[in-house]
Design a protein around this ligand. Structure first.
Ligand code: ASP
Ligand code: MG
Length: 405
């Protein structure tokens, strides 16, 4: 007998029919003799709808009340799924985040899990119940409801799997696994049978929508092997783990991020300490800077260009204009027309020439590169937003030509 954690995302429980479908998957797992803990998200677009409802009332609701509101979405899902499981004749017990023992810090809207007291879950399992837990939520030290940030149910599931040393943690979604590129855009994208935590983390952070990046971080930290698979089909999914057999694929994922802004500060004094002062201030304001490029100084000045997420562009400009150092300087920005396209693959680390092949593919597709950044397992380029899909396809074709995993 094994302990299996199964997580179902919002699309998997979007309506009554899908809830019944999930109930069947869960009860089949249970009927094989396993202990089953199920984590669910809010149905379909419920969370977005709740956010819209709040906006009808107030442009600036307090974060505490926002969490009180958003946590309701998952409460609906656990009750409905439990009713569906009851209807199929199986014993079940639903638990809200606090009932399942989730303690978090007090950062409403993006709380971090501090610990899980698994006593109640264990009691329910010992009573032979299927346990259905509300994802995305916990309770802080003031006994107030908190939420873990958008997409946080993945993290809830991984946290339970880690705390209870589950034998498997399955993340059910509406795609069949992790693909080499967005299969809706790139026709020859292929499903990967395995991917490393580090690759998945890069892809999740770069905007591939399959798994929440905090959940991957946590899975890596606690060595929880994840299986990403579809609740709609029976196909095998993608396993996410520490290392995979390297096969021939150097690049295992190509993604684009269009939520990017490029900012340039022109004519900064060519003296030490400038980068420290600028980026130190941005860090203090919690603004995440991505690609940074500094020109070689000429005539006692230099230019610094960097990217931030487009959502942070305005705030960044405000900070820069407020700095004594940059107050009089020319600042240029573009938050409309740029995109970042990245290729990710653990094999790059030990293989020269990947960057060159990527630049060749872009050259042959007649795409101009504005900025470049690299890490051990990732190469990113900043390009014209209009070229983003073409760039993804060109890079994908260069590295993953024959649609075979
Ligand atoms: N319902 C929440 C959201 O939509 C959490 C989740 O789906 O994981 O972000
Ligand atoms: Mg959701």
């Amino acid at each position: 007998m094994a302990l299996i954690v199964q997580k179902f995302g919002g699309s998997s429980v979007a309506n009554a029919e899908r809830v019944m479908n999930v109930a069947r998957i869960v009860t089949e797992t249970y009927a094989k003799g396993n202990d089953v803990v199920v984590v669910v998200s809010a149905q379909g677009d419920t969370t977005d709808d709740l956010i819209a409802k709040a906006a009808e009332i107030s442009a600036k609701p307090s974060k505490r009340e926002m969490d009180q509101l958003l946590a309701a979405g998952e409460q609906i899902s656990i009750a409905l799924l439990s009713m569906a499981i009851e209807k199929l004749g199986f014993p079940v017990c639903s638990l809200l985040g606090w009932q399942a023992g989730f303690s978090t810090n007090s950062v409403y809207g993006s709380a971090r899990i501090k610990k899980i007291n698994t006593e109640r879950i264990k009691v329910e399992l010992s009573r032979k119940n299927i346990v259905v837990v509300a994802g995305f939520q916990g309770i802080n030290r003031y006994d107030d409801i908190t939420t873990l940030g958008r997409g946080g149910s993945d993290t809830s599931a991984v946290a339970i799997a880690a705390a209870m040393h589950a034998d498997r943690c399955q993340i059910f979604t509406d795609v069949e696994g992790v693909y080499t590129a967005d299969p809706r855009k790139v026709k020859n994208a292929v499903k990967l049978s395995e991917i490393t935590y580090d690759e998945m983390l890069e892809l999740a952070t770069l905007g591939a929508q399959v798994l929440n990046n905090r959940s991957v971080e946590m899975a890596k930290k606690y060595d929880v092997v994840l299986e990403v698979l579809s609740s709609m089909t029976n196909a095998p999914g993608t396993i996410v783990k520490e290392s995979v057999k390297m096969e021939k694929m150097l690049v295992r994922g190509v993604t684009k991020d269009v939520n990017v802004a490029r900012i340039s500060i022109i004519g900064v004094p060519n003296v030490p300490g400038i980068a420290y002062k600028i980026f130190g201030k941005l860090a203090a304001e919690n603004i995440n800077v991505d690609i940074i490029l500094q020109s070689v100084g000429r005539n006692d000045t230099k230019d610094i260009t960097f990217t931030v997420s487009a959502d942070n562009c305005e705030k960044t400009l405000e900070v820069l204009r407020g700095l004594e150092l940059t107050a009089g300087l020319k600042i240029e920005y573009d938050d409309q027309n740029v995109a970042k396209v990245s290729a990710v693959g653990a094999g790059m680390e030990t293989h020269p020439g990947v960057a060159a092949s990527m630049f060749k593919a872009l050259f042959e597709a007649d795409i101009n590169i504005q900025m470049i950044s690299t890490s051990e397992i990732k190469i990113s380029v900043l390009i014209d937003k209009a070229d983003a899909d073409k760039a993804v396809a060109a890079i994908h074709d260069a590295f993953i030509p024959d649609s075979k995993d």
